[in-house]
Ligand binder design. Sequence first.
Ligand code: C2O
Ligand code: CU
Length: 511
Amino acid sequence: LTAASAGVAAVNLFSPAESLKANQLKAISDYNRLNIPPLLENPYARRYKVPPMYVQDTLYEFYSGKPSSAVGISTLYSQSSYLGPTIKVKRGDVVDFEMYNLRQEEVTNHWHGLHIPGYIDGGPHQVINAGEKLNTTMHINQEASTSWYHSHTCEKTAEQVYMGHAGMFIIEDEHAKSLGLPDIYGVNDIPIIFQDKIIDDTGQQIYDTRGKPVFLGDKYLVNGTMNAYSIVPPGWVRLRILNASNGRDFEIFFLDERPFWIIASDGGFLNQPVKKESLLIAPGERFEIMVNFTDEPGIISNFYAKTIIDLQYEEEFELLCLVTSTIPGPPTTLPEQLRSELIDWETAAANAPAVTRKFNLSASADMSEHYINDKLFDMRVINHAIPIDTYEVWEITSTSGPHPFHVHGCSFLILSINGKPPGMEYRSWKDVVHHTPPDLSPGTPPDPGQVFSAKILIKFSYPTYRNPKNPVKGKEAAKILANHMPYMYHCHFLEHEDKGMMGQFTVYHDK
Ligand code: C2O
Ligand code: CU
């Protein structure tokens, strides 16, 4: 059940003392070993009853010896005093969850990126009260990809995610396995959960957004580790990067300018790897990248990021120090072709219907309220009732700067960002589209009057009936909350979401 420790121990490639050179050991002595969230998986069965998960108030040492209050999600087989375990399932599996809320306050748990019906989506309507539990059974029916789960509690999402209520969710499938990509979790297939924080002198993490439009910290963490190193085998290494920060865009690069190959984004593989030297990642987004250390055994690579505020580069910091072991790992490759079913973006874009729905994002002058189509989020209002299995084009404009827009229950194709076709790295299945163009020009001040825009091609394959055994079909019924457990669309800057920039929709069958 807990393949994490077992898997890593069995491979046993990279015990630092044996596989590193003296100069490497010296160089990494200033770093902390990267925390790898425990892995929950059951590779040998089609039904996986995940061990009960406990959301708990915990103490976690961001600085060693200085415990901070935090939130972790533990099971009988895995302790996590910050963040939750990584869940790995296979396409076709039936997966059962039992999540206990042992905190003092209500929580929710949303499965971000999963194609599952509304009644188990885990949005703000699906509250788990303090001391209660929620059972969820889901069919995994989507391609290999990196998703995640996190709190989505009404007006508390930002703080609860910040405290640690989040984790990674990996889907595998037969095709992905046949590609020969690195897939040994924590060894050559490494989760990178990025967050920023404010940590005070006593080591306490502080959630404070005063005077700022979103939470922006000055400490940068990967999987809860500050100043982290990780030992990797020489050869291809796959990094699964999730921006789980509340409101921080960041752009990754390697200090030695080595290229990397983007192989997947939110909802699955790209057609072919896309070679880049830097990549912007917005809150909620995932990218899988491949980095090659083949010809350079025993080196240290500094994996960096630039942070961005108001369309301007702010500062650079080291995300992770990657140290190549001298002991080779299992053979892996970077295939030329990643998908068996290619995404024909050109044809999809050429045949897309006219704009079906428009969402304009804006804010009050003091930025304390954030609106979609001039309205604050209202849990009692269904903003849209959407027919199932129908292609729509959504246009998301903004008069209050760029926003990463996320839609529940589906993946979509990005048709354009600010009027231009998206770069090749965005032409896979997505569930977050960000307005910030990837070609920031440093030093150019943002134009305060700029209107941002994006268009997406979207289709929903799952309905939102509150009671799936007794679906009340038809459009009129889909406007009534008693019949449906709606999906959300919102800005993934979590403070914007909590302060109104969210709406809800139902998905229905015609009679
Ligand atoms: Cu990542 Cu509505 O969520
Ligand atoms: Cu926003």
